[in-house]
Each structure stands twice: as structure tokens, then as C-alpha cells.
Write a protein that binds this ligand. Structure first.
Ligand SMILES: [Zn+2]
Length: 144
């Protein structure tokens, strides 16, 4: 099954993210391809905008991705779907918000305080190329 508008495979992934700097344990979000990436926290949003530009360029036959990412294939870029919409990004975004409310998130450097795990059914999901770049610093549980 795919989303006709952008050829994004629809996932039934869920992700959980947490930080030892937060009293409450965990946040869980399902993937939502309709997510409005403009509502993501600034530290993620800035990179998402950039990745979206590269992704749109690739879909239009452009070669920008070859310059911007090393060793990434056209298939990897396209199958990753729209940047910033995957469950692990949404879960991390919720933890960033909670850390900010607690006064414990000051810059992208603080992404190191966050751990995330994404699953689809019984499988631990490896990061797609977008999440790989977007969530640098965030610890991935179950892979690495
Ligand atoms: Zn992803």
C-alpha cells in the first residue's frame, strides 16, 4: 500500500522515546504521513526543511542527494518517504518538548539525552536515511 501523492510506503510503525532527564518514562507515537512538519520543534524542523528540499529535488530527477549525502542511493531517498514524518521523529519530538518544559533542552547537543526505539510488528526498525541524519546524537535502542 502506498500514498499516491508522494509514493511513501505507509508504515504501521510505532516508536518510543525517553530521556533519563525526565521523570515520566516514555512517549509513543505512530507514524503519520500527514504530519505537519512545520509543527516539529525547531532543532528538527530546520533539518527537515533541508531534507525535504533534497527529497523533492530527487523525485524531480535532481542529483542534489548525491552531493549532500554520501553513499545514499536514489531508492533509499525515495523509499524513506517525506522527511520528518516517521514514528521515531515524532516520538523524539515529544521528548524534546518535555525536556524544554523541564528546562533541560537547550540545543541540538541535548539530543544526546534521548533514546528511541522504533518497531513494526515484532521487528526493530533500522533508521531510514532521513531519520539517520535527522536524529544524529539520539541513541537508538535495539539497533546500532
Ligand atoms: Zn525514518
Amino acid at each position: 500500500m502506498s500514498n499516491e501523492a508522494d509514493n511513501t510506503p505507509i508504515q504501521n510503525a510505532i516508536a518510543a522515546a525517553c530521556s533519563t532527564d525526565l521523570p515520566e518514562a516514555i512517549k509513543i507515537m505512530a507514524t503519520n504521513n500527514d504530519v505537519d512538519t512545520d509543527t516539529l520543534e525547531e532543532e528538527l524542523r530546520q533539518q527537515v526543511k533541508f531534507m525535504e528540499m533534497v527529497w523533492v529535488d530527487a523525485k524531480a530527477g535532481g542529483q542534489l542527494y548525491k552531493t549532500m549525502y554520501s553513499g545514499v542511493t536514489y531508492e533509499q531517498i525515495i523509499s524513506a518517504g517525506r522527511p520528518g514524518t516517521h514514528a521515531e521523529v515524532l516520538a523524539v519530538n515529544e521528548v524534546i518538548k518535555a525536556l524544554k518544559e523541564a528546562g533541560k533542552f537547550h540545543s541540538a547537543e541535548d539530543l544526546k539525552k534521548i533514546s528511541v526505539m522504533a518497531k513494526e510488528g515484532d521487528l526493530n526498525l533500522a533508521r531510514c536515511v532521513h531519520c539517520f541524519y535527522l536524529l544524529q546524537g539520539v541513541k537508538t535502542v535495539g539497533f546500532d
